[in-house]
Design a protein around this ligand. Structure first.
Ligand SMILES: O=C(CO)COP(=O)(O)O
Length: 128
């Protein structure tokens, strides 16, 4: 499967912890991330991740474009609901496209755990 990983700044540590807990599952799949999230995840977990631009510079839109092309199977997006984001329209657009294309998207850790079950029962290899 192809999985996108995204976290707003105040949620990055939580996403890193979540990915570490599930690293054996994540390493079997193709991973994509917005710029800073991807950089930190690679440093902290050793996983190989295709990085797009940082979110405020268009990274959410790049991932949205991949969703529209059928290139993403699940999204884990640890959003910060308490901080205004300058690129909120881009975030909304990504959520909208995930609904348009019926791509599972978790916006908090509870839902991410449920999506992990979905991902872990899918035995496809890297990038499939
Ligand atoms: O802002 C983001 C998602 O909306 C995340 O971007 P970064 O991973 O570059 O911090």
């Amino acid at each position: 499967m192809k999985i996108a990983l995204i976290a707003h700044d105040k949620k990055k540590e939580a996403l890193i912890a979540f990915v570490k807990e599930n690293v054996d599952t994540f390493k079997k799949h193709g991973l994509y991330a917005t710029g800073t999230t991807g950089k930190k995840l690679m440093e902290e977990t050793g996983l190989s991740i295709h990085r797009f631009k940082s979110g405020p510079l268009g990274g959410d839109q790049e991932i949205g474009a991949l969703v529209a092309k059928g290139g993403i199977d699940a999204i884990i997006f640890f959003r910060d609901p308490l901080t205004a984001q300058p690129h909120e329209p881009d975030v909304s657009a990504l959520l909208r496209l995930s609904d348009v294309y019926d791509v599972p998207l978790a916006t908090n850790e509870g839902t991410a755990s449920a999506v992990m079950h979905y991902i872990s029962i899918n035995e496809s290899g890297v990038g499939e």
